[in-house]
Ligand binder design. Structure first.
Ligand code: UDX
Length: 429
């Protein structure tokens, strides 16, 4: 088959390389000339483990291409996958401009009976709008389907090659057969749903995980009030098979390119269908308020930030990515700066992306090593659980100034740190 993937972000590039690895001819299409130029040279413009290698291997086979030219890719394509970004508006509604712009660009070039697949996360019902937007620009017959993506950044290649399930939303037997055939090499359960159910499945999955994280964060706040340790609580309740201990790390709240956006969008979508007082409004509000609340408490505990040097370790939104979207550092660092602290940031991979959104100034510097970042620190905030940070031997460091250590992911040994003179604070304990 020949496949075009429109949008060369995480989902687009990973999907393109994976479909090419199944032997299909794949075109990655993007309007961003710089991105396409970089991908043509097998250079991934963001950090994602294993992706560059997969890209190189597939480009070497001669059936994976990147282009800005719709007229080169679409006329040959049996399947066109829309994987462009769907950011939220200020009001939390989904912004579908990129989706409709892709529709407009692809419509004049469609091959008869092509399948247009929505991989971008869009609210249920939008497939009909996408269909009519394309149909208004072409006489060529085509079908619409939805195949939502569940990959995680940092493990995107692995997740795409080993999904828990493949969800195909379509009302056509023929389209289902073609798309099921495409995903057969993945050896994962393939589910056939309606287009609307497929889109609801994606929103529900992310909204559930965000709710789960928010739930354990709320429990951890209660634990802090009564001497309980949330990690002990998780170990006990997690043995209930209905609950489990997986995907349950308390911290400063969820971030990244999906959860905050998807929860806002399902909340806004619920309101738009007259479900005003919905759970997702509350989850979103709690998550938004979490970092300011925690920083406020920390400020009181350490006696203010004015004049203090703070090492912030981990700037990306999570480990194994350089993605800064909705990263906790974006709220933590401005808070510290506003309260008069000097901040030294460190991240194994995200320093350059961090500098773009939090530029260097007289009280914000970036260190090249953890050693350098913590040298003068009155306070260390371990924000993201990069392995390089969690395995760093803090407890072997000489600490003569009673550095305060805020372990926002409960990754470090409290006793060891205390014996070396650190004042330790975890979350929910
Ligand atoms: C998420 C979904 O997992 C994925 O299925 C979907 O396709 C896209 O959104 P991603 O955003 O890459 O993937 O990262 P994920 O590892 O799920 O983490 C999201 C956020 O939740 C991060 O801020 C992370 O730190 C936070 N998180 C995750 C917690 O706070 N606690 C946890 O137990 C797990």
């Amino acid at each position: 088959m020949t496949i075009s993937i429109i949008g060369t972000g995480f989902v687009g590039v990973v999907s393109a390389a994976v479909y090419a690895s199944f032997g299909h001819t794949v075109y990655g299409v993007d309007i961003d000339e710089n991105k396409v130029a970089s991908l043509k040279n097998s250079v991934v413009p963001f950090y994602e483990p294993d992706l560059e290698q997969l890209l190189k291997t597939q480009q070497a086979t001669g059936h994976l291409f990147f282009t800005t030219d719709y007229s080169q890719a679409i006329p040959q394509s049996d399947i066109i996958i829309i994987a462009v970004g769907t950011p939220s508006t200020q009001e939390g509604q989904v912004n579908l401009d990129y989706v409709f712009s892709a529709c407009k660009s692809l419509a004049p070039h469609l091959k008869p009976d092509a399948i247009v697949v929505l991989k971008s996360t869009v609210p249920p019902g939008i497939a009909k709008d996408v269909e009519s937007s394309i149909a208004s620009l072409t006489q060529t017959p085509f079908s619409i389907a939805s195949v939502p993506e569940f990959l995680k950044e940092g493990t995107a290649v692995h997740d795409t090659l080993h999904p828990d399930r493949v969800v195909i939303g379509t009302n056509s037997d023929k389209v289902f057969q073609t798309l099921a055939e495409l995903h057969k090499p993945l050896q994962a359960p393939i589910l056939r749903l309606s287009v609307e159910s497929a889109q609801m499945a994606k929103y529900s999955s992310n909204a559930y995980l965000a709710t789960r994280i928010t739930f354990i964060n709320e429990i951890s706040d209660i634990c802090e009030k009564n001497g309980a340790d949330v990690e002990e609580v998780i170990s006990a309740i997690g043995l209930d098979k209905r609950i489990g201990t997986h995907y349950w790390y308390p911290g400063l709240g969820y971030g990244g390119s999906c959860f905050p956006k998807d929860v806002k969008e399902i909340a806004a979508y619920s309101r738009s269908v007259n479900l005003h007082n919905n759970l997702f409004n509350t989850i979103d509000r709690i998550n938004e308020e979490r970092i300011p609340k925690i920083m406020n408490n920390l400020e009181t505990t350490v006696g203010g930030f004015e004049g203090k040097t703070v090492a912030v370790l981990g700037l990306a939104f999570k480990p194994n990515t350089d993605d800064m979207r909705e990263a906790p550092s974006l709220k933590v660092i401005p808070y510290l700066l506003e309260k008069g602290a000097t901040v030294i940031g460190y991240d194994p991979k995200a320093t350059e992306t961090a500098k773009k959104v939090l530029p260097v100034h007289d009280r914000l510097q970036y260190a090249l090593t953890i050693d350098e970042a913590i040298k003068q620190a009155h306070l260390i905030i371990a924000l993201i659980e990069w392995q390089e940070i969690t395995s760093y031997p803090f407890a072997q460091k000489k600490n003569e100034i009673n550095t305060y250590f805020f372990d926002t992911r409960n990754q470090f040994d409290e006793q060891e740190l205390k014996t070396r003179g650190f004042v330790y604070q975890g979350v929910g304990r």
